[in-house]
Design a protein around this ligand. Structure first.
Ligand SMILES: CN1c2c(nc(N)[nH]c2=O)NC[C@@H]1CNc1ccc(C(=O)N[C@@H](CCC(=O)N[C@@H](CCC(=O)N[C@@H](CCC(=O)O)C(=O)O)C(=O)O)C(=O)O)cc1
Ligand SMILES: N[C@@H](CCS)C(=O)O
Ligand SMILES: [Zn+2]
Length: 752
């Protein structure tokens, strides 16, 4: 193998997987139809890669939902609560839950915007190869072979799988998923033997966990796992792929000492990999799969540099294979589909299909020893001197006044009750709303008609919230296609794509905008919608913005200046927006930062610097307001332990966080970390259509009250409601308000 990639998008160029999956869920199509779509998508990817001239083609990178969930199913790590179901019903119940059966947790895949389904393991988990010869990697390998295409099945590596898993709720204290390594290796051994029996020459085991800090015990587990798999008598050759950063020297040494035939290193996110490789004396008898084409960002590769990096590795290893830095899952499929993008920006880009061509071109240049393609220099980013001058004059010293004074000022201004109820911002994005936007794009309705439709929706959402008895209302975000893309489309320095979909989780995709130049806000972005909503009610309406770190995290961002500098440009645009909202009479403003944890560097040593600029950007955005204006923030999809200090440092007046699935422990953790402002632990999980009972919500609130005063406790769902439908939304919020009123009555003697 001389060229390869670590994985490819599986959603289809026209989002076929989304539509097929959602049709199946809605009962519009049967399991056979869904399975056929899957097979067609896989065949398209394999033949496309072969036709592009890629030499080693991965398989088992397809998934109906998520590759970590697939691994749990493969090794039969299925909690008992799903065992009464079978096939797709079981699979999707694990991912999404069904009434009375909650789903497995979902969380971020390393520092990406992809989410995986967290394995739930306990001492009683007995791994076994659930489907024998019908196991997914075997089926897909044979399927490709039947098309005449030899592939390299990809598996989540055993160490990474266990390190990403969580102990089941009833697991005894002290149980660690890693304790189950030996049993898991037995199953991997069986998979490898069976793949070898089917003719597979190579298997890729993904171990991105090796680019984060790992302790001695974990390195010992790594060594044990690959020593056992390496010694199997009948197995394919093994490639252990790492990505998203620099591998630890101890981890690389362990792999060097094993019999695995190839190691993959990421030379884009882990430029220090070269030094680490040299420090362990290279891999003289192994193949190095060199990730030199960026799999996470959309910029065109510098092919000469990529070739030079590969060439510099030749003395350190037996053979070099040109590859992407990670799976191409994280980038859109095809730049050729973007026909109306500014040609200057387009000329700087490569999506998955173009990146495959880059890998092939670098591979050819390397093996034929011809110069890599000389490319026209990319046009430079636009510079906005006004933005830069304003940022220079604002400096670093952003901060708000005394917390107690703010608390008192807001109490007087807003007059909110204890356990104030609110939502996180979005209400269901109904098919009608999406259709209205599609009609606007296609020119079937005028901008005025679209605006009227959105205002009508806002009026309905305000009326519903009044009826439900919520205390702080939202306008519902109907006009937003996405919480990042919506803003990007209104800011200078950004380009949007038409078809650049990337899987975020399951059937939910995003079109990350492309931040290519200095960012500036030509005009207010949300003020008209917010003031319209406020004009319909005497209750406070929360203005709703996406914070600078999340704007960065969910965009493809320029790599020609530090992220910190780009964050400050975004923060300045938001600061201006907040000032305009405040001036227009909006008294509560939420700045969402769900991605604050996501961008946290994988290595501890890099974290303090990140926290400093991330917190600085949020404070720059939010510190221009009066004490009477209440700033909220919201975070979700994360384990917050490591950023708990940063949450306090943001100094928002109220922070709402996902906590329903972790049963409110976060409230106590925040308190212990010195957080004293308002806190809204999500009292139910919005990722599932399940309606939480008022009793269950009440119990969550009472648990939260052990750690926080009623005056600082907010009652809200754990994230926005955009993915939900109205019947369950209404029912859930009704129960939420009922529960809040009951607890409020208890703690204050009043319920209104
Ligand atoms: C909060 N989350 C977000 C993340 N990242 C973001 N960039 N945005 C987020 O909100 N990361 C973490 C989480 C992940 N969660 C989600 C939740 C929901 C979605 C989601 O619903 N995605 C939608 C697409 C949203 C969108 O862009 N909609 C557009 C276009 C809609 C569309 O495709 N229209 C059709 C026509 C429709 C019709 O005729 O009825 C078309 O154009 O063909 C819009 O509303 O205009 C999804 O469908 O997957 C994502 C991440
Ligand atoms: N305000 C956004 C936050 C999602 S993280 C929403 O409600 O959808
Ligand atoms: Zn959220």
């Amino acid at each position: 193998m001389n060229t390869t990639i670590l994985g490819y998008p599986r959603i289809g160029a026209r989002r076929e997987l989304k539509f097929a999956t959602e049709d199946f869920w809605a009962g519009r199509a049967d399991a056979g139809a869904l399975a056929r779509t899957g097979a067609e998508l896989r065949a398209d990817v394999w033949t496309g890669l072969r036709d592009a001239g890629l030499q080693a083609i991965p398989s088992n990178t397809f998934s109906f939902y998520d590759q970590v969930l697939d691994t749990s199913v493969l090794v039969d790590a299925v909690p008992d609560r799903y065992r009464h179901l079978a096939g797709f019903d079981r699979y999707f119940a694990m991912a999404r839950g069904v009434q009375d059966v909650p789903p497995l947790e979902m969380t971020k895949w390393f520092d990406t915007n992809y989410h995986y389904i967290v394995p739930e393991l306990g001492p009683d988990t007995r791994f076994r190869l659930a489907d024998g010869s019908a196991a997914k990697p075997l089926v897909e390998y044979r399927e490709a072979k039947a098309l005449g295409i030899e592939t390299r099945p990809v598996l989540v590596g055993p160490l990474t799988y266990l390190l990403l898993a969580k102990p089941a709720e009833d697991a005894p204290d002290g149980f660690r998923p890693l304790d189950l390594l030996d049993g898991l290796i037995d199953v991997y051994a069986e998979v490898l033997e069976r793949l070898a029996g089917s003719g597979a020459g190579w298997v890729q085991l993904d171990e991105p966990a090796l680019v984060a800090d790992r302790g001695e015990e974990e390195i010992a587990a790594l060594a044990r796992a690959y020593s056992r798999l390496g010694r199997l008598t009948s197995r394919p050759r093994l490639m252990v792929a790492t990505y998203f950063g620099t591998i630890g020297a101890d981890a690389l040494r362990a792999l060097a000492g094993s019999r695995v035939e190839a190691v993959g290193l990421d030379f884009v996110a882990g430029p220090d990999n070269l030094d680490v490789l040299a420090s362990v004396g290279g891999l003289p008898r192994k193949t190095l799969v060199a990730g030199v084409v960026d799999g996470r960002n959309v910029w065109r590769a510098d092919q000469r540099r990529a070739k030079a990096t590969c060439a510099s590795l030749l003395g350190l290893v037996d053979q070099v294979v040109v590859s992407t830095s990670c799976s191409l899952l994280h980038v859109p499929i095809d730049l050729d589909a973007e026909t109306s993008m500014d040609p200057e920006v387009r000329g700087r880009l490569a999506f998955a299909r173009q990146k495959v061509a880059e890998v092939v071109a670098v591979g050819r240049a390397l093996s034929e020893d011809v110069p890599a393609k000389a490319e026209a220099p990319a046009p430079p980013a636009d510079v906005d001197h006004d933005v830069r001058a304003r940022l220079d004059s604002l400096g670093d010293g952003a901060g708000r006044g005394d917390r107690a004074a703010r608390f008192a000022a807001q109490r007087d201004e807003l007059g909110l009750p204890a356990l104030a109820t609110t939502t996180i911002g979005s209400f269901p994005q109904t098919p009608e709303i999406r259709r209205a936007r599609a009609d606007l794009r296609a020119g079937r309705v005028t901008a005025d008609a679209y605006t009227r439709a959105m205002r009508d929706e806002i009026a309905r959402v305000i009326a519903l919230q009044e009826d439900l008895g919520l205390d702080v209302l939202v306008h519902g975000e109907p006009e937003r296609n996405d919480m990042v893309q919506y803003f990007a489309e209104q800011l200078d320095g950004y380009a949007a794509t038409e078809h650049g979909w990337v899987q975020s989780y399951g059937s939910r995709y995003v079109r990350p905008p492309i931040l290519h130049s200095d960012v500036a806000r030509p005009r207010p972005m949300t003020v008209e919608w917010a003031t319209y909503a406020q004009s319909l009610t005497s209750k406070p309406v929360k203005g709703m913005l996406t914070g600078p770190v999340t704007m960065l995290a969910w965009s493809f961002v320029r790599d020609d200046q530090p992220l910190a500098d780009t964050a400050r440009q975004l923060a300045l645009a938001l600061r201006d927006e907040i000032a305009d909202l405040e001036a227009a009479g909006i008294r509560v403003i939420q700045v969402d930062e769900p991605a604050l944890r996501e961008l946290l560097p994988l290595r501890g040593a890099d974290r303090p610097a990140y926290m400093e600029w991330a917190v600085g950007a949020f404070r720059l955005a939010t510190s221009g307001v009066a004490d009477t204006t209440q700033i909220h923030t919201h975070m979700c999809y994360s384990e917050f332990g490591e950023i708990i200090g940063a949450i306090g440092a943001l100094d928002a007046d109220v922070t709402s966080v996902e906590a329903a699935r972790s049963h409110m422990e976060l409230v106590a953790d925040l308190r212990a970390a010195g957080y004293e402002n308002g806190i809204g632990p999500g009292v139910y999980d919005i990722h599932s259509p399940r309606v939480p009972g008022a009793d269950e919500i009440e119990e969550n609130l009472r648990r939260a009250l052990r750690a926080v005063d009623p005056g600082r406790l907010w009652v809200n769902p754990d994230c926005g409601l955009k993915t939900r439908a109205y019947p369950e939304t209404e029912a859930s919020l009704r129960n939420l308000v009922t529960a809040a009123h009951r607890v409020r009555a208890d703690v204050t003697g009043t319920s209104a």
